[in-house]
Design a binder for this molecule. Sequence first.
Ligand code: GSH
Length: 212
Amino acid sequence: MATKPVLYSYFRSSCSWRVRIALAMKGIAYEYKAVSLLKGEQMQEKYQVLTPMAQVPSLEIDGFVINQSLPIIEYLDETRGEPALLPKDPKQRCIVRQISEIINSGIQPLQNLKILKYVGDDKKLEWGHKFIDEGLAALEKMLKTTAGKYSVGDEVTMADLCLVPQVYNAGRFKVDMSKFPTISRINAALGELDAFIAAHPNKQPDCPDDLK
Ligand SMILES: N[C@@H](CCC(=O)N[C@@H](CS)C(=O)NCC(=O)O)C(=O)O
């Protein structure tokens, strides 16, 4: 019998959250191994064997370890069943990847834990707010042209898996989401789906009780 995939995750990690949604959407059972970013467990040798980047998520699956949430999601999409998380049409597929990269490369890395530590406690809120706010403003313009019910048309795609955790982070940095009605509408619609509910930070085994 094949062993279950193992997800190395932190409950509040937005990149881990993307992968948790993908696993839930595809109905893949997995073992959850918590890596506490707060305690710096990502820096430990036993985790760095999985990824020299010292970041979550990592997914052990099919006899290898994958890092980087978007390649993980694409691998699951290519090797596992429905629902598809990337459209078949090359142009639509490209748009999904563009939106995903706006978040994955253009917003999330600028508000990642190690950047915020470097920026320092007195500046980190202002810093994170600035880059999330600017990034979401660009995204709002883009989504106005691509969205249906969700980010790209009416099917849930990888772009949506990136969107919801980023909006949650926007809340942590006190970004005024009323400026972004399209993003807010899509985020609310996605928040009602079972896979997104199951993948939410407050449903994870490492979420402290007082945050549930
Ligand atoms: N591009 C990577 C980014 C991974 C990443 O930034 N992970 C964050 C949590 S969302 C992390 O582990 N941060 C640890 C740190 O900054 O020390 C991915 O998509 O998986």
